[in-house]
Design a protein around this ligand. Structure first.
Ligand code: AMP
Length: 455
């Protein structure tokens, strides 16, 4: 199957081929003809499936072939792509440029945290395709810098993430600014009730596409858990990187503070590392990402939100320095490797505190992750679980409404309080190693699903 056979025009096929892709991925095979047909689309696809080209290519073709609906002299935009994070928005817009290089269509990316004036200036020149995060888009609209009244195609990319980040109200506000008649494409990795409600209100008789079973982890990814004591994780990570001569490692951490500290300590160990998270300036994030991509930087330490949409071809290693407290994030994290058919390795450093998180993850992906103890890093069989700190000190929620499912900062929680949702307490059910450790400290068990998580 070739891109041309999917109905794409010669100049798009040329751009894709020059970019190195000859065979469409499964999502592209389904999405491209569906979008070219002009109808709405509901697509279940994770990052790594090739979903971006799956909507960008047919979107470009439709804009190239259809007459614009904007009145003469108007600077209204023709297509709007909403994305949850700056990184994803920037990467999607890069794809628009790459695949649209032989078209006359113009594009711009719009996100907060950087000066608004260059964005206003770009829009004044007249732009066809805007890729935006919702908050800054609304700011620009309020300043009358963008005209959304003639949008022909709307894409919500990673819609589940946008809802997680509290963008639902912003999205609804944006929808009110768009013309009633338009083509709508919604991409989401997961389908919560909230997503279904949004899809019902947004989409008109959509084509349904789902690639890679929901919540399944890509077959191409080798997963491993290294049980280890919490205070040995850093040494173990340095050991793994040096021993295996890893060069491009994306390390995930729950907190920004932890990410900064880990990057510092790795540098002290002689491993080049930088942290990337929401408190860093856009310039610092872009620099870290480009150094990582070019190979100058061995390790990028990222929080879940900052890492969304990081698009690096064939990223070989993902390390979960700690396990995410929301099991779906594990799937997103390890989805950074083993992309579009390449193989990858995802290892998780798991201490006794995280036993319940590990169980949640294994339940979600419906498989047990192989455990491997690294000699010299055997976990202490008598270790007791301690509460997990979910947030950096002084944390402020990201996104306009914040990640509403993550609850308030947790610094300490006594066993008596137990744990519900984001504030849940210590797992009480033995060691991830299966060493049969039993906590005798009393208190309720924090295992299972804990309740209170709103996803
Ligand atoms: P995405 O799911 O859009 O984030 O894309 C995942 C990765 O797959 C990106 O690095 C793309 O550049 C790459 N990719 C997209 N389409 C193809 C294709 N047809 N063949 C090989 N790789 C692709």
């Amino acid at each position: 199957m070739s891109f041309a056979a999917l109905g794409l025009s010669e100049n798009l096929v040329r751009a894709v081929t020059e970019h190195g892709y000859n065979t469409p991925t499964p999502i592209q095979m389904q999405a491209i003809p569906a979008v070219l047909g002009g109808g709405d689309l509901l697509a279940g696809a994770q990052t790594g499936t090739g979903k971006t080209a799956g909507f960008v290519l047919p979107l470009l073709q439709r804009l190239m072939t259809l007459p614009s609906k904007r009145p003469a002299g108007s600077k209204a935009i023709r297509a709007l792509i909403l994305a949850p994070t700056r990184e994803l928005a920037a990467q999607v817009e890069e794809s628009v440029r790459t695949y649209g290089k032989y078209s006359k269509l113009s594009s711009a990316v719009i996100f907060g945290g950087v000066g608004i004036n260059p964005q206003i200036a770009a829009l004044r020149r007249g732009i066809d395709i805007v890729v935006a995060t919702p908050g800054r888009l609304l700011d620009l609209h309020q300043q009358r810098a963008i005209d959304l009244a003639h949008v022909e195609i709307l894409v919500l990319d990673e819609a589940d993430r946008m809802l997680d980040m509290g963008f639902i109200h912003d999205i609804k506000r944006v929808l009110k600014l768009l013309p009633v008649k338009r083509q709508n494409l919604l991409f989401s990795a997961t389908f919560s009730d909230e997503i279904k409600t949004l899809a019902d209100s947004l989409l008109d008789n959509p084509a349904l596409i789902e690639v890679a079973r929901r919540n399944s982890t890509a077959e191409a990814i080798t997963q491993k858990v290294h049980p280890v004591d919490r205070d040995k994780k850093r040494q173990l990570l340095s050991h793994l990187i040096k021993q295996n001569d890893w060069h491009q490692v994306l390390v995930f951490m729950r907190t920004k503070h932890g990410a900064n500290r880990l990057a510092e300590l790795l540098n002290k160990d002689g491993i080049t590392a930088l942290a990337i998270h929401g408190n860093k300036s856009q310039g610092a994030r872009t620099k870290a990402l480009s150094e990582f991509k070019s190979g100058d930087l061995a390790v990028l330490v990222a929080t879940d939100i900052a890492a969304r949409g990081i698009d690096i071809d064939q990223l070989p290693h993902v390390v979960n320095y700690d396990l995410p407290n929301v099991a779906e994030d594990y799937v997103h994290r390890i989805g950074r490797t083993g992309r579009a058919g390449a193989s990858g390795e995802a290892v998780s450093l798991v201490c006794i505190d995280e036993a319940a998180y590990l169980r949640d993850i294994e339940r979600l992906i419906k498989r047990e992750i192989p455990k491997e103890i690294i000699p010299g890093f055997e976990p202490d069989p008598n270790a007791r679980p301690e509460p997990i700190q979910l947030r950096s000190p002084g944390h402020r929620p990201q996104g306009r409404g914040g990640r509403n499912n993550r609850g308030a900062a947790q610094t300490k929680s006594s066993p008596k309080q137990g744990g519900t949702g984001a504030n849940r307490s210590v797992p009480r059910q033995g060691h991830p190693l299966g060493t049969g450790h039993n906590n005798t400290g009393g208190g309720r068990r924090g295992g299972g699903n804990g309740g209170g998580r709103s996803r």
